[in-house]
Design a protein around this ligand. Sequence first.
Ligand code: AMP
Ligand code: ZN
Length: 140
Amino acid sequence: MNNCIFCKIVAQEIPATIIHEDDDVLVFMDIGPIIKGHALVIPKKHCDPVGETPDDLIAKLHITAKRIAQAQMNGLGADGVNIMQNNGKAAGQEVEHIHVHVIPRFDKDGHHWNWNAKKYDNVEEMNDLADKLRSQLERR
Ligand code: AMP
Ligand code: ZN
């Protein structure tokens, strides 16, 4: 995909601060870090969204994210790590080339996700949604 900014990074058409790569994946520093040390794991091949990305590549992205998380803990002294992957504008995705955010967290980093937990109106509402999900999963 020629207008994709992450494909341009893979093709070295625009610069990035790369911290790891192999045949399948590239890892570089996010230019807008939520917390300093924030890295992005991407496939070298253009893929998006998550549902159209091959399972073995999904596995590779997340195995790599685990390695980056360990590097942030051991190398940056992170106390924790958020591993996130946004899909679709509704979920906050801006770059439509699948990527996994690996964000180092520190006990006093001052960042708080807007994790505003809601309540179901009643248990039937939750069960109805669970039924819809189960019926999709049974199709496979
Ligand atoms: P998302 O909102 O999940 O699509 O995340 C896109 C991420 O890509 C954001 O965190 C941006 O800061 C980051 N980003 C966009 N352009 C670049 C770039 N040229 N180099 C590094 N990170 C980038
Ligand atoms: Zn791309």
